[in-house]
Design a protein around this ligand. Structure first.
Ligand code: 13P
Length: 253
């Protein structure tokens, strides 16, 4: 059985005090429940170290994640952060290929594949984001878009690498819009992804966790997470409020 995973992507939010408070509240809330759900939080780079200290001190199994990484090991890459630096801080998960990075910062499948590789080279787990735009969905191209995004990375990193990775299906039209994919819409795409993998390697398909992301909140999380191929969520806005985030995590139990 795949263990459920709920990851908060805090994007570019918070200051030092707010981050300390949010991490402490999440730790306190998670410690109270005997949940089997794996929880991760992804603050900005600048807030990783303070979050790491609190998580290590609490030692209740909440994982730290980063929102991005440089494709290269080290060197003259002004403004970038290397995988080794993240690993040194105790980072477990690294989000790669988020649609905001693809669309706003022009990240290509090739670059995303390189980031995926460097994350695994440092024994961290990439969370590979894929998803279609509204226009692509309306054109009936959803399946083709997500499978081609996935295949572009698999072509570079090799299918077995997916065994130790997480996939996040995030329809762009559902991100930050309050419009969630229906559980049926999400399940259909998750099944398509898993089926595509199963045709190549049944063990990888059975092992890989596929998270849903896009306006997940406490009111819709349970129905989404109950779907057969939805293994948890990648949560943006709703992860910035401890009570709401913890309630989403509980929905995955
Ligand atoms: P929202 O939950 O704010 O829609 O964001 C989803 C997301 O982009 C998570 O990576």
């Amino acid at each position: 059985m795949r263990e459920k995973l709920v990851v908060g992507n805090w994007k570019m939010h918070g200051n030092r005090d707010q981050v300390n408070r949010l991490v402490e509240e999440i730790i306190a809330g998670a410690a109270e429940t005997e949940s089997k759900v794996e929880i991760g939080i992804c603050p900005t780079y600048i807030h990783l170290e303070q979050a790491a200290k609190l998580l290590i001190a609490a030692n209740i199994g909440i994982s730290l994640g980063a929102q991005n990484v440089c494709f290269a090991e080290q060197g003259a890459f002004t403004g970038e952060v290397a995988a080794a630096m993240l690993a040194e801080l105790g980072v477990t998960f690294v989000i790669v290929g988020h649609s905001e990075r693809r669309e706003i910062f022009g990240e290509t499948n090739e670059l995303i594949a390189a980031k995926f590789k460097v994350v695994q080279a440092h024994n961290m787990v990439p969370i590979l984001c894929i998803g279609e735009s509204l226009e692509q969905r309306e054109q009936g191209a959803t399946e083709q878009v997500v499978i081609s995004q996935l295949d572009a990375v698999i072509g570079d990193v090799g299918l077995p690498s997916l065994h130790d990775a997480v996939i996040a299906y995030e329809p762009i039209w559902a991100i930050g819009t309050g419009k969630t994919a229906t559980p049926e819409q999400a399940q259909e795409v998750h099944w398509t992804i898993r089926d595509h993998l199963a045709r190549q390697d049944a063990a990888v398909a059975a092992a890989v966790r596929i998270l849903y992301g896009g306006s997940v909140k406490s009111s819709n999380a349970r129905e989404l997470f109950n779907q057969a191929d939805i293994d948890g969520g990648l949560v943006g806005g709703a992860s910035l409020e401890a009570e709401e985030f913890l309630s989403i995590c509980k929905s995955a139990d």
